[in-house]
Ligand binder design. Structure first.
Ligand SMILES: [Zn+2]
Length: 72
């Protein structure tokens, strides 16, 4: 019966870790001037044509205009 309790505890921990990651990740990089790169998720200037982190080309309009809410 202990294995069932351990399974429930592990599932609860995994749930809260995933929930916390999902909540923290996007908002950290999004700002009025920067947006997460579609390839590596590093913050890149909205006007950039190449990601400063992974050096991939960014297509025109890759970053939504500032002030537009991004759904989770
Ligand atoms: Zn990148």
């Amino acid at each position: 019966m202990e294995w069932l309790l351990a399974l429930v505890v592990l599932a609860a921990i995994a749930y809260f870790v995933m929930k916390r990651r999902r909540a923290a990740a996007p908002s950290a990089a999004v700002s009025d001037t920067h947006h997460p790169c579609p390839s590596c998720a590093a913050p890149a200037p909205r006007t950039a044509t190449q990601c400063p982190s992974c050096k991939r080309d960014l297509p025109e309009g890759w970053a939504p205009a500032a002030g537009i809410a991004i759904p989770p």
